[in-house]
Design a protein around this ligand. Sequence first.
Ligand code: AMP
Length: 469
Amino acid sequence: MDKKLPPSAFTSLGLTASLLRAITEKGYTSPTPIQLKAIPVVLAGKDIMAAAQTGTGKTAAFTLPLLQRLGGGAKVKGNHIRALILTPTRELAVQVGASVADYGAHLSLKSGVVYGGVKINPQMMKLRGGIDVLVATPGRLLDLYGRNAVQFAQVETLILDEADRMLDLGFSIDIDKILALLPKKRQNLLFSATFSDDIRKLTSKFLKNPVQIEASPRNSAAQNVKQYIYEVDKGKKSKLFSHLLRNRGWGQVLVFVRTKNGADRLIGELQRDKISAVAIHGDKSQNQRTRALEDFKAYKVQVLVATDIAARGLDIHELPQVVNFDLPKVAEDYIHRIGRTGRANAQGEGISMVSADEVPLLSGIETLLRKLLPREIETGFVPRHAVPLTKLLPAKVKKPKKKKQKPQGLQMTGEQKCGGKPPRRGDKVGVAENRPQTPKKCGNQHRKRGTAVTRKRSAPKSNRGDRNN
Ligand code: AMP
């Protein structure tokens, strides 16, 4: 028997009873802004280009109308798929796959997830009967296509999720190959946290008169996340982290580090401090990554240490604190990191530990955010190497010249350099836009230096990759 649906703002969006029922079971009472904007447009069959970070409810924004449209269509043939959702990482693929299964719980549509790093045979077997909605990472999808395990003639809808990260991870060529294989007549939905020139170039390749949707201000971090930095010497970061964890009453914390080695080093130091911590990064097997995430979600460990790439798309409910142990090299990654907290309107804190050598990176982030981050110094951790003050640079950051790719000796991402899988020819690595610039001059407008006292300072008014898939 069908459950009685409570009155919900979702009803006005034109979704069917089966989907509304699934939404109710998920506990959602009202649509998020991206859902309000995207669902009617997708239901109308239009292409969209949406600026939305993880945490905005973007998965439901494309999955709900997608499932509704597929509900009335032709039956899927063996080895065929009707909708393709491409994601940059395995973790995101798994998460999106779970959402598709949840939202489609009362529909008779088949869904599946394929990604690399695991055996291909079970995936080939699953595809034999045909799958209505396939969530895939690009590399594995092309492998499956190469083995005649998947055919695209029935594809009605293509969704690119976290398109910016796909380009960062060097999937540009794989995406082009996949685009060339799909039927010309189809609906295209592109979701990206940020819109660089490269993303715009990509969208112009395949989106037809897309409706542009923006769920949050462009290149902005979540408004409900309190962001601040701790000035600290590089060598004191792990001690400061342990100290804050204990003395600030932090619960579960997601900690970002720049490299795999850095992640392993920090885990060692935290374990010596008797803090339960696990790491996820590109050197970990898929099973290790899955287990680490499950343990963290189940509160078995307090601290999850992650590299940017491994953490991409993580959805952890009500994560109160995100800590940048190192600042990211690419300013936009700061926004992705901070997006792991303050989700679905919860309050969160984004805390960055900044040492003197990271000031150029800090400046780049502040320029992107269009604000200076308040600074604090913790008692007992006054830096010996002063962290110079920053000032806001003009909004338009000059795009550095792209390095010509050598025919041999491809560039590597930070993660690849540290032992990940080698990049393939044609991989585009590293994000050129918004590279932080060193401030020419340091102002004195937002920090007064103090001694061994925690000081709160307010900002002035003025002022890649997981190729292992
Ligand atoms: P996403 O941006 O798709 O990764 O979703 C972020 C989180 O928000 C997920 O845990 C979803 O289950 C949750 N979510 C999505 N839509 C809603 C909604 N309308 N109300 C409450 N939570 C939601």
